[in-house]
Unconditional design. Sequence first.
Length: 206
Amino acid sequence: MNYYKRIPIWENRKRVDFLVEFKKLVCDYFSNVSRTDWSLNIIENEIAKQTRSKINMKLQKAHSIIKAAGVNSSVFYTPPAIGGSAMNIDVILNIFHLHLYRIEPQEALDIIDRAIGIYKDDEKSSLFRTFNPFFWLSLVLDYIVTLLFKILGKIGLNQEKIETSIVRKVIKGILYLITIVVSFLTILEKLGYLEAFKSLIKNLLK
């Protein structure tokens, strides 16, 4: 899933709507469960059971959208008793098990709210991106580079390692430069200045 600064306006709004709906489901769920103690299993009424199913169907997507906003969905858990292991707990993916870690549901709601806020704050920028041709060019080049690495992965190379290295940026930069040069020459040709430009280059190289 593309980073939030790499999406057009309609995708921005779609993600906001999705997270708002997801938050409502989470609120509905926790409003229909009861517990006598954090160490005991929670009790779900019929509404909670139905809502749980809806949340499960949207959970992975919600987590991906939150992650794409650059929001960390994990909290550091320290066990209350000696002998337990301290660890990071993803409160979104473990939303139905928060009581086992004595984590309040509000932690998950706060994280969802942070992601919603980031997307809403970026709405104006996403509108400008949508009408920027270089934004779409960059997405096309990203797709080409990703496709290239998939091919390299098929022939046995470590696709993940290559993609996370500087090689990806270098290849994308080269493709970007080639595209800009070709576009520039095409414009000159359409305007009738290509031959004059070639002559100018030749004179400069003498």
